[in-house]
Write a protein that binds this ligand. Structure first.
Ligand code: ARG
Length: 588
């Protein structure tokens, strides 16, 4: 379906045309003076310049032409040249009814659906997920779902950090602690054990220990570098150990992402493209694009229009090893080969922007991607703790993501218990708490513009009133409860009613804005658009609920109409929270 704004915009454009002006002046937006009208067109003002006329004269002529339109119940030219509009109640009702009947509420497939790879999550093997990993997972997952909803083919890739120095550090530390392990025996030729020689908690303790020691102990650091090199060169025992590290860590990562309802199509890592590096580098050399600078192999990526200096992209370190740029470039080689994506989106900490500028330019210059492949860096800001300081545990350590979720779920659970919900089993209470916690966490994050830093305020995010995830869920639960009661009383499904007052009209206007909202959320890669949409719809639903006797309405047809209206809005809410990556409990 066309978006509602497009549809009524076409009406206004035709009116401009009939009045003797160009159609493009007929663009319509939601009114920024809702006290005066619902929609507005400012085209007469632009037309005044173009035609050297008084804007009011144009507005009045167009308004006159619009009087016959079925789309509007009120058309008015207002000084100095606005065209104020109210949608015709039956017209907007019919639009909403059409949405309910169409697939994805009227969001059409684009003419040419794109193949999009989205790189998000970006955890590093052997490091537990901490609060810093929340944003890439939550934002990336939402953008992926929005892009799919907008009709594109989207592949999500976790892009594991599994190939660098941390691997060598872990191997080195293991050798210190367990020197007798067969993996360190050069003469060993048999198969290696299937059981890993450590579990996840040991692994998670080893890594920070080893990385800390590298900072103070040069000899140890040299060993770790050597181990990294030998691992990458294919030393058998190290490869086997590394496989264990990967397996143990990925199992744990998958469990954590599952709890977050974050789901990757690909679990590729930096290591997976290692074998593509030699040919890629050779090609860069053959094309004369890579040269040695201070021992390292680099590609110049400056452009004339640069305001600040962009350093060359390092393709191989001076010891010939791959670095972060190398693996990202080789990953693009792989993605191009497998998917020929129209776009590759990277949801990564905005502090990595320079890295991506270098990688994107290098990839384009070297022909790794096509000229029209869209490479996009979606940089997100930092999530801070209370007072705007980095998020820490009470004793100053990094806070695990699972701990943060546990804490919030626990407090949601206590709230349910305090409310004395005897009708709710303990199991349901726990499940509800977990769902509400996830909504609080994700909505708290996504309702901010991704590029901005924000403060994670548990108190605020978990509040049942205000611009929060739980508020949406309460609104939905309230509607569900009404629907249940209605059904229990034997109420029948009715038709969507023609809105009879402002409160109902507001809900229709929200619903009618869905297609537009999805278009904008996708185009701007902006989950916060979905959040703002949901918040508005929730507010309007609650106003309606407070102003209207729904279940006690005596006119049976009216009652059935109210029910149809809130049921329709509920479906849209469900769909929309799905785009943010959470679900609503059936009751709260
Ligand atoms: N593992 C990286 C880090 O912790 C993030 C990966 C982001 N994605 C990418 N293609 N570089 O910083």
């Amino acid at each position: 379906m066309k978006s509602f704004l497009t549809l009524i915009g076409e009406e206004v454009a035709s009116a401009f045309e009939r009045a003797g002006y160009e159609r493009d002046l007929g663009r319509v937006g939601v009114s920024n003076r809702p006290d005066l009208c619902e929609y507005q067109c400012n085209g007469a003002m632009a037309g005044a310049k173009r035609y050297k006329k008084n804007p009011m004269e144009i507005a009045s002529a167009v308004a006159e032409e619009l009087k016959s339109s079925k789309a509007f119940s009120m058309v008015e030219a207002a000084a100095p040249g606005f065209i104020n509009l109210n949608a015709d109640p039956a017209y907007i009702r019919d639009y909403a009814a059409g949405m309910q009947k169409s697939e994805r509420f009227g969001v059409e497939k684009p003419e040419k659906p794109e193949m999009i790879v989205i790189d998000y999550g970006g955890p590093n093997v052997a490091k537990p997920l901490h609060v810093g990993h929340l944003r890439p997972a939550v934002i990336g997952e939402s953008i992926k779902r929005i892009a799919r909803y907008a009709g594109h083919t989207v592949i999500g890739d976790v892009h594991l950090g599994d190939w660098g120095m941390p691997m060598g550090q872990i191997i080195t530390e293991l050798q210190v602690r367990k020197p007798d392990l067969v993996y360190f025996d050069d003469t060993y030729e048999g198969d290696y054990p299937e059981e890993p020689p450590f579990d996840i908690s040991e692994l998670e303790e080893i890594y920070p220990h080893a990385s800390g020691r590298c900072k103070t102990d040069e000899e140890y650091k040299a060993k770790a570098l050597q181990a990294t090199k030998e691992l990458q060169a294919g030393r058998r025992g190290y490869r086997a150990l590394w496989q264990h590290i990967l397996k143990v860590s990925v199992t744990d990562l998958k469990r954590n992402y599952k709890r977050l309802d974050v789901d990757f199509d690909l679990w590729m890592g930096e290591s997976d493209v290692d074998d593509l590096i030699p040919a890629m580098v050779q090609d860069m050399k053959d094309k004369g694009l890579a040269h040695i600078s201070e021992g390292a192999l680099v590609v110049d990526v400056t452009e004339e229009s640069d305001k600040k200096e962009i350093p060359p992209c390092m393709v191989l370190k001076s010891d010939g090893a791959a670095n972060y740029e190398t693996t990202d470039l080789a990953t693009l080689v792989w993605r191009e080969r497998e998917y020929k994506p129209d776009k590759v989106l990277y949801v990564v900490d905005k502090r990595q922007e320079l890295h991506f500028v270098q990688v994107f330019r290098c990839a384009r210059k070297c022909g790794i991607v096509r000229d029209d492949t869209g490479l996009e860096f979606i940089g997100f800001g930092t999530m801070n703790g209370p007072g705007g300081k980095p998020f820490k545990t009470r004793d100053g350590g990094v806070l695990r993501l699972s701990q943060l979720l546990d804490d919030i779920a626990e407090s949601m659970y206590e709230r349910i218990k305090e409310a004395g919900r005897e009708d709710m089993s303990d199991e349901e209470a726990k499940e509800t708490a977990e769902m509400t916690a996830l909504a609080a966490l994700k909505y708290g994050d996504l309702s901010n513009q991704a590029s901005k830093d924000y403060i994670f305020d548990t108190e605020r995010f978990t509040a049942s009133e205000g611009d929060t995830g739980p508020y949406l869920l309460y609104t939905m639960a309230r509607i569900r409860s009404i629907l249940r009661k209605y059904e229990a009383e034997g109420g029948k499904q009715g038709e969507l009613p023609v809105p009879a007052d402002k409160a109902q009209k507001a809900i229709y206007m929200d619903m009618a804005g869905f297609v537009q909202m999805i278009g904008e959320a996708y185009a701007e890669r902006a989950p916060h658009r979905v959040c703002a949409y949901l918040y508005q719809l929730s507010n309007d639903l609650n106003s309606f609920y407070h102003e209207t006797k729904i279940l006690t309405e005596e006119d049976q047809e009216k009652r059935a109409g109210y029910i149809a209206l809130i049921a329709a809005a509920l479906r849209i809410m469900e769909e929309s929270i799905g785009l943010l990556g959470f679900k609503a409990p059936l009751r709260m």
